[in-house]
Design a protein around this ligand. Structure first.
Ligand code: G3P
Length: 218
């Protein structure tokens, strides 16, 4: 499974790059607004750090304008993936951008049939929002399962499933079991993935015993 960082936190992106955990980055207008950073500048900066796909979202709602914005964003760096919403305009923009060999991430997916449309429109990624379905009392992971089953039925559909709105380490575990291609993670959730109380307890016991030996490795 690939991991994308769902953030423009440069320090976090650099930190997790050191351990080989960053296969790409996703952003959205809310993340950009919260960061206070200039959109194009921060996308360029991230693309200079991360060689994998970096999603930058259009903000127009009409297909023709989405395409124009997508073309501008795609020129910021060669690894920019243009993100469009799952609307009919977004699907048209996806098709026309994909026809220009621009990678497209179709976002705000809440049903398997929407994911089927995105794949037919040539999306490189589909972003089902797990946490937001959980918020409504549904099990967002059912959506990953359905999309995986549909995409696996048709070998011509090449779209990767990018599990988004991931809120917990358990979301990552379940998405991986179900075969999502990518999880995009807030840095806090990625941080938590390595943490287990028995790891800490076991390490402490090992180090206490080692100290008793009086030895050094170096
Ligand atoms: O990847 C999509 C993500 O940024 C949305 O997450 O937690 O706002 O639903 P959330």
């Amino acid at each position: 499974m690939k991991f994308f960082i769902d953030s423009v936190d440069i320090e976090a992106i650099k930190k997790f790059t050191l351990s080989g955990m960053v296969d790409g980055v996703t952003t959205n207008p809310s993340i950009i607004a919260k960061s206070g950073r200039d959109f194009k500048e921060v996308i360029r900066e991230i693309c200079s750090i991360v060689p994998g796909p970096v999603s930058a979202e259009v903000t127009a709602t009409k297909a023709s304008q989405m395409i124009e914005e997508g073309e501008v964003l795609s020129k910021l760096a060669k690894n920019v993936t243009v993100k469009v919403p799952l609307t009919w305009d977004g699907l048209e923009a996806c098709k026309r951008l994909a026809d220009q060999n621009i990678m497209v991430n179709v976002t705000l997916c809440f049903s398997a049939q929407q994911a089927l449309l995105a794949a037919k429109a040539g999306a490189a990624f589909i972003s089902p929002f797990i946490g937001r379905l959980d918020d409504l009392g549904e099990d967002g992971m059912d959506l990953i399962k359905d999309i995986r089953a549909i995409y696996d039925n048709y070998s011509n559909l090449k779209t990767e499933i990018l599990a988004a709105s991931i809120r917990t380490p358990d979301h990552v575990r379940r998405a991986a079991i179900l075969g999502a291609d990518v999880s995009t993670l807030p840095p806090t959730v990625l941080e938590e993935l390595a943490i287990h109380p028995l790891t800490d307890k076991g390490l402490k016991a090992f180090l206490d015993d080692w100290e008793k030996t009086g030895q050094n490795i170096i």
